[in-house]
Design a protein. Structure first.
Length: 55
């Protein structure tokens, strides 16, 4: 039983790490879009990011 719980814990932790890394890359993309193109693309990107977080 302990081995099964450990495997499940590793799987969940790996999924959380991937999700947080994806959000980090999305935030970096928003900053780059703001610097390169102004606020309009950033507002669109923030809206899409909010949909991803809620979903």
């Amino acid at each position: 039983m302990k081995r099964r719980v450990s495997a499940l814990t590793k799987h969940v932790a790996g999924t959380v790490d991937l999700a947080s890394a994806g959000l980090g890359f999305a935030l970096v993309g928003i900053v780059i879009a703001t610097l390169a193109f102004g606020l309009a693309p950033s507002a669109l990107a923030l809206g899409l990011l909010a949909l991803l977080v809620v979903d």
